[in-house]
Write a protein of this length. Sequence first.
Length: 559
Amino acid sequence: MPANPPALFPDRQPVWRELDELLSAPEFATDTDGVAATYHRLQALGRTLGPARALHHQPGRMLAGMEWAGIVDPAMMHAAMVHFGVATTAFMDCGHPNPDLAPLLDDLDALRAPGVIVATELGRGGSQMRMRTEARYNPDRDNFTLTTPDDAALKFMPNVSWTGLDRAAVVNARLIHNGTDHGVHAFACRLPHPQVRVTSIPGGGQVNLDFSLLRFDQAEIPAGWWLADTATMTDGELTDPCTPHQRLARSLGGVNAAVTSATVAMTAAARACIAITYRFQVQRLTGPTEAPAINLPAHSGELASAVARVFAATAYSDTVRDHYIAESIIADPDDDASYAPWLAANRDRTLAKVHAATTLEQVAGTCRRLCGAHGTLSTNRLTTYEGMARSFHAAGGDTRLLLLEAGKQLAAHGTDATGNGQGHSPRQLLAFQERVLVSSLGPDPALADVEYLAGVHLARRALETLDDLVAAHPGHFALLDPVRRLYGLDLAVDTAAWHLNYGSLRPGDLDRLQCSRAAARDHVTSNLTALVDALAVPPGRAGGAIGRRNYIRHAAAHA
């Protein structure tokens, strides 16, 4: 008897079904594309999800929208993440109601001016700690002047060059007052602005948005556009209770929303990859017997491991999603955070984003290969999802910097991993490896060793959250436990050389692990239909032709 799929997303399904109604709207017609179409879709999404300021208080609904958008249109999702997550968070958490700001926020709500973030500078990528764009207070005019001091300080890659809509920009700049540098603060700015030169970056990027360079040429903005948060200006004297690192974190606090949004959206896209590929493989006939491609062990085995990775990513993503909804806090890192200071307060949240990007890149690549020439067509979305993953390795916190920050924390404060590896379970082996790596790092470890440690910790956390997902659905243990075992055994086999070197595995153990993995793969393969159904990606939402239940009829409809 076929296994019944567990209901993994009961709280989000109503939002997704509501948003699915948009798929028949003109903005989502399959023959519309380009940057203008992206923003028209963003406006339609906003009309259904709700105004940005109201949605700020409904993080669960906002994140459900990001998951849906990540499947339907990654470019729209990117713009929505910046609008609903980054910019709106900065306006709500750091801005104070005032007559200067009110019209801009009204346009933000109505998506007449989508929110954007203007932070990264052309010559200073990564940590954002050395921004050089300046904001100087003019007491005689009670306003601020934004200035780009040189070409290296040009603001890099905000999506603002399409002129069909204004933008409600959050600009991060160093606040200079009375000759004193008060650190990086956030400022509102309506774009276009007569003293802000916008130059489109040719060639686009992995997601189809209007990326740009910005030069501030003595651009004056009202005093009410300073998103002052807890800082104050009284009688010309600036007071800020935050340290420079804390101010940076609070000025970039919307990045926490971005990280969580990107994580859930990429994980949803990975689920879509599996759904598209499985539906195609059961229909695609191959070989002299014209058997479905899914019957080929090489195909089904690769897809089974990809399914296991996606379930692990879903478990990890949902863990940080639930924590974000419960907390909805701005990061407040230690003053010695150095690689990714604005995200250092929540290691799981940042590592889940790394895991989601890595999983989507791997799974989308596997699925593209399994789908042959069909997989290379952008209409079938697999290559689009690969581009989404590559984009988010940099956006919302660079993958390497996030790993370095996590590894630095582990090296400084130790690990909670327990186990000696003697049980040979994947979780025991990972815990043992993490403990050995932490203890072997010296006072000035090589960055490659720090990054490797973070990767091992990340794998352990993903496996632990997958364990929790299986335990949360006891009625579906027979279906889900082989997925858990396969994911863990894939990790164990991949790290077997290290364990053989350190004695936690002995000659012959690897053969036993590989046999156990083959058995787990067989279990997963025999239940692919139920597992794919559990991922809850209906054919219409996944789009394209090959993800449909009768892809030939769908592809040939207009031939």
